[in-house]
Design a protein around this ligand. Structure first.
Ligand code: XMP
Length: 516
């Protein structure tokens, strides 16, 4: 069941398309993404109050450029074209677009012209610093349109047809570098499309609980709880909806962070009163990993063993009809190709390694339409702690990808203590939330050190800390020397068997975040 009021984002392939959808939701209106060439019936069925056409990498000046489908105009609802979206509007409605010799990329000064409905709340003489990213530009407006802003390289940086409620902006209002960008989007979805702002955490929780109660009735549901953000929020939400019908299985694979297993029990069992089966499978995982050094094989073993242990636990329970998963909206968009929702994806990597078919359970995915920031907000509202919800991401195979070469109990124990020291000091120096992810890597090489008068050969640990928006690219974090010095001293003094600590100064690409 979707909310009454919604905005559709038609995706022409811009790197910012998801950001538009997130901004619209932050402004209190539900939004979804569909590819521009989706079956038009899906656009009609979505029944949007307004449509935003995203930017995209193509040029409208070619014969086969992506077109706005006719249904968009037939629906007779407000339209906002952003960047490529504006050029496509101009092109298809009878204006002209040319390839510009001056590519405009980055900051630009926007000069607002008089008499704009979309930009009405802004001072008419205002100059706004906005974010541009385009090669083509609109040279001639379509009939019935007026130009409402310009920039140094573009006579028409914004245009509108107030009567038909069709608007175009050449810049990216969704990007935080665009001054007044949020106000412009808000004006479109609230004033132009007439949407209210109902889409907020309380409303989402209320709706989800209603839906879950109807969907599950008195059936029992099982959830693989990893202690990460998504599965934790699913647990809290399901518990609120169906109480003791929820049973969680938490698999301790021996590759978790220091104290993590106890923390999960403390939070979910002691605090929330949720039923959690704790599968102590540390020995089984370590046993299967004995002698294995190939990274892919290690991943495979960890994944398969997880499924096996999870299944064994589930088999002991009677009458479980549903398997809950923490799939979130970006997983759906990424696996289905721009959110067509065609593929009913299952997170394949780790938390729940896929639905074993013979278990014959139905899937319930209560976070399927939500972005990560929305998941965190409802998590807070449901009583999960800020610490849990804003913890750095931790890979499914856990320390298995951070111990290079063979995984042993001894290496895992050393790494856990060292990693905990690094986290403590990041918090202490106020850097934990400034970096996107930080951890320690165990290197199975011995290097010389000296302790007292004696030389010794002991292991090397590497510290890794990165800053990133999306984990596709990342910059190594410029941590203060004092922090690095403190962490290094503490690790060498407190973790037996370590002679040397190094700091990884590689960015992604070409390096990846994890070392594997
Ligand atoms: P890489 O190493 O590919 O990592 O640059 C990018 C991000 O993905 C995380 N990562 C994983 N997360 N299961 C996960 O849930 C995995 O198997 C996995 N492998 C890598 C990594 O920690 C980083 O945040």
């Amino acid at each position: 069941m979707k909310p009454e009021e919604k905005i559709l984002i038609l995706d022409f392939g811009s790197q910012y398309t998801q950001l538009i959808a997130r901004r619209v939701r932050e402004l209190g209106v539900y939004s979804e993404l569909l590819p521009y060439d989706v079956n038009p019936q899906l656009i009609r069925d979505f029944s949007p109050n307004g449509i935003i056409l995203s930017g995209g990498p193509e040029t409208v000046t070619l014969v086969h450029s992506p077109q706005i489908p006719a249904i968009v105009f037939d629906l007779n609802i407000p339209i906002l074209g952003v960047c490529y979206g504006m050029q496509a509007l101009a092109n298809q409605l009878g204006g002209s677009v040319v390839a510009s010799s001056e590519r405009e990329f980055g900051h630009a000064q926007l000069m607002i012209a008089a008499d704009s409905y979309l930009l009405a709340d802004l001072d008419e003489t205002a100059q706004l610093n906005v974010w541009m990213s385009h090669g083509d530009k609109v040279l001639q407006l379509p009939p019935g349109f007026v130009g409402t802003a310009s920039s140094e390289n573009t006579p028409y940086a914004a245009m509108e047809n107030k009567t038909r409620h069709i608007y175009g902006v050449q810049f990216h209002p969704e990007v935080t570098h665009s001054e007044k960008g949020t106000e412009i989007l808000s004006r479109f979805i609230h004033q132009v499309c007439g949407c209210s702002d109902e889409w907020n955490s309380e409303h989402i929780i209320e709706e989800k609980i209603k839906q879950l109660k109807t969907q599950l009735g008195s059936d029992r549901v099982i959830l693989g709880l990893s202690g990460g953000v998504d599965s934790s929020v699913v647990a809290a939400l399901l518990h609120r909806a169906v109480g003791n019908q929820l049973i969680c299985v938490f698999v301790d694979n021996g590759l978790l962070r220091l104290g993590e297993s106890d923390q999960v029990v403390e939070t979910f069992v002691n605090h929330f009163g949720i039923k959690v089966i704790r599968a102590e499978a540390q020995d089984l995982f370590l046993d299967r990993l004995k002698g294995i050094t190939d990274p892919e094989q290690k991943r495979k073993i960890i994944g398969q063993t997880f499924i096996e242990v999870f299944e064994q636990q589930a088999a002991k329970l009677e009458g479980i009809r549903w398997l809950a998963q923490g799939t979130i909206y970006p997983d759906v968009i990424e696996s289905a190709g721009s959110g067509t929702g065609k593929a009913h994806v299952i997170k394949s990597h780790h938390n729940v390694g896929g639905l074993p078919e013979h278990m014959a359970m139905k899937l319930v995915e209560p976070l399927r339409e939500l972005f990560k920031d929305e998941v965190r907000k409802i998590g807070l509202e449901l009583g999960l702690t800020h610490k849990l919800l804003y913890r750095h991401p931790f890979p499914g195979p856990g320390l298995g990808v951070r111990i290079l070469g063979e995984v042993t109990q001894q290496f895992a124990d050393m790494l856990r203590i060292a990693d905990d020291i690094f986290m403590q000091e990041l918090h202490q120096f106020g850097w934990y939330e400034k970096v996107s992810q930080a951890f320690v890597v165990f290197l199975p090489v011995k290097s010389v050190g000296v302790m007292g008068d004696a030389r010794r050969h002991d292991y090397v640990l590497a510290l890794r800390a990165v800053e990133t928006q999306d984990f596709m690219t990342a910059r190594w974090a410029h941590l203060p020397y004092e922090l690095l010095e403190r962490v290094s001293n503490r690790i060498i003094n407190e973790v037996a068997g370590v002679s040397r600590v190094v700091y990884d100064v590689s960015s992604k690409p070409p390096a990846t975040v994890e070392w594997e």
